[in-house]
Design a protein around this ligand. Structure first.
Ligand code: C2O
Ligand code: CU
Ligand code: CU
Length: 515
């Protein structure tokens, strides 16, 4: 046993708020003592004092000739994430992670992306409906020193979106090192009318969830062993907007949290420490017709959920993850890695929240009208085609020694193969079957879809709005109804893939064109 194995656990959080678990947690014995299964077992277990909530920089671009222009530099440097040692990181206009980009529907945005890294990168606008050439997938790779310009008219609905690396074979590791952030399409007037909090950093907060593992040196720990490829890379340190064990001290008593799972592979099953209810108002691609009152919500990789929390009681609470929902316990690997755990994500200290007047709950009547195709009976939607997509894993030598092992319809991703061809301005049903032993959150580019059913049953309460990513659990069959969008390009494809980024890089991705 090495010294670091004795560092695990016990270092928790000093007294203070609630009876909290730590936002880092102990790795089980399998990590260290028995060696082997988790690779080098070199996860370092740092401890973190409480720190202030990290509010990402806000970038609203500048208006030039009627366009909203954003200058985005991919850069590298060092970042203090651990108390003791800096971590080599990459980011966008900052050394780790990225500013929140805010823009409006119907604006034309122009993203000027300059790659100042010493490696090729691509930057994708996750959730956007836009021409394939502007999508930022692996075909739009940016060589070191080059600038790539993406421009599109924003036709998506106001909601919370994601931008992140999508570099051929390197997405997982680049996102892990920091190449990802949040985008927000906002309509402040409409929010105001509806009583929805919308002031950035005042009553509207990004909550970007990532997990990371570290070496004692401060470097990120990342490994691509068979085990980590299968489960996806998980860490034992939970960050919100890049900071561990942070405390948000809002001055308003009704707050909006834009929950955003930007982790490579971790699933979250979230609730508040006092089990207080909250209201879900938006999913990936827009507001719900009606707010949903929930006490817990599950977010798999790339999921976003805007929730509204009433903190007018002035109490302190934590957003907490409940153990048991992940890819860490599936199949032959069993549990035991210690990475699936109960832990606190971050804390809210509402003692400074205004109590002047009792919080007027935001309007609970209709928020928006979802499009007709979304609400109609399926028989009334003109469906161009139904595609079956089988998500397979092969446990043989290709996975153990090669880079692959992950397939869709028996094919690993090939940059030179177009797997599917769709017609523009139509609707399709995609049926995902998952006969494998782990769960796969499936994302389709250039669309916001409706989840029709899971094994014939209604979708979960938190996924009944516009979505661009859908979890397909082991043994499940999930159907979505998907608009193909207005943009045609016979040559340039869009991607669809598992958003466990290690699975994506290992081959669980395909390409489709829209013609
Ligand atoms: Cu969020 Cu193809 O990615
Ligand atoms: Cu995407
Ligand atoms: Cu997967």
């Amino acid at each position: 046993m090495k010294r670091r194995e004795f560092l695990i656990g016990g270092l928790g959080v000093t007294a203070g708020i609630a009876a909290a678990t730590s936002t880092t947690f102990a790795m089980g014995r399998m990590m260290g003592g028995s060696g082997g299964m988790m690779g080098s077992g070199s996860y370092y277990q740092p401890s973190f004092a409480r720190q202030d909530f990290a509010l990402p920089a806000l970038d609203e671009g500048v208006t030039v000739n009627g366009k909203q222009v954003f200058k985005l530099n991919l850069q590298s440097g060092e970042t203090r994430i651990l108390p003791k040692a800096p971590t080599p990181t990459i980011g966008i206009n900052q050394n780790f992670l990225a500013p929140v980009l805010r823009f409006k529907k119907n604006q034309t945005v122009r993203m000027e992306v300059t790659n100042k890294l010493n490696e090729t990168a691509a930057l994708h606008w996750h959730g956007m409906i836009l021409p394939a050439t502007q999508d930022g997938g692996p075909h739009q790779a940016i060589k070191p020193g080059n600038t790539w310009v993406a421009q599109w008219k924003v036709i998506n609905e106001p909601a919370t979106y994601f931008y992140h690396s999508h570099t051929h074979n390197h997405t997982a590791e680049q996102v892990w090192r920091g190449l990802g952030g949040q985008m927000q399409i906002v309509d402040e007037d409409r929010d105001k009318q509806l009583g929805i909090p919308h002031q950035y950093g005042v009553d509207d907060f990004p909550v970007i969830l990532t997990d990371r593992a570290f070496e004692e040196s401060g470097h990120f720990y990342y490994s691509n062993t068979r085990m980590q490829k299968m489960q996806g890379m998980h860490g034992n340190v939970i960050l919100v907007n890049g900071a561990a064990n942070s405390v948000l001290k809002p001055k308003k008593s009704l707050i909006r949290l834009r929950l955003h799972n930007a982790s490579n592979a971790r699933f979250y099953d979230l609730h508040f420490s006092d089990n207080r209810p909250f209201q879900l108002i938006a999913t990936d691609g827009g507001l719900l017709e009606q707010a949903q009152t929930l006490t817990s919500i599950r977010l798999t990789p790339a999921d976003r959920a805007d929730i509204i929390v009433d903190v007018s009681d002035g109490k302190t609470l934590s957003l907490r993850n409940k153990k048991g929902y992940s890819n860490l316990n599936t199949g032959m690997m069993g549990g035991g890695s210690g990475l699936d755990a109960d832990f606190d994500v971050f804390h809210i200290d509402a003692s400074k929240a205004s109590k002047a007047s009792k919080v007027k709950s935001f309007q609970t009547s209709q928020l928006v009208a979802l499009p007709t195709w979304f609400k109609s009976d399926l028989s009334k939607v003109d469906i161009a085609t139904t595609r079956k997509l089988n998500l397979d894993m092969q446990m043989g030598p290709s996975m153990m020694f090669g880079s692959g092992g992950f397939f869709i319809n028996n094919k690993a991703f090939d940059l030179n193969v177009i797997n599917e061809v769709a017609k523009a301005n139509t609707f399709e049903i995609w049926e995902f079957h998952n006969p494998s032993i782990t769960h796969h959150p499936i994302h389709v580019h250039n669309t916001q879809f409706r989840i029709l059913d899971r094994n014939g049953r209604a979708p979960y309460h938190w996924e009944r709005g516009l979505k661009d990513t859908v979890i397909v659990h082991a043994d499940e069959k999930v159907r979505i109804l998907m608009p193909t969008g207005p943009y045609k390009d016979a040559k340039m494809p869009y991607m669809y893939h598992c958003h466990v980024l290690e699975h994506e890089d290992a081959g669980m991705m395909g390409q489709f064109t829209v013609t």
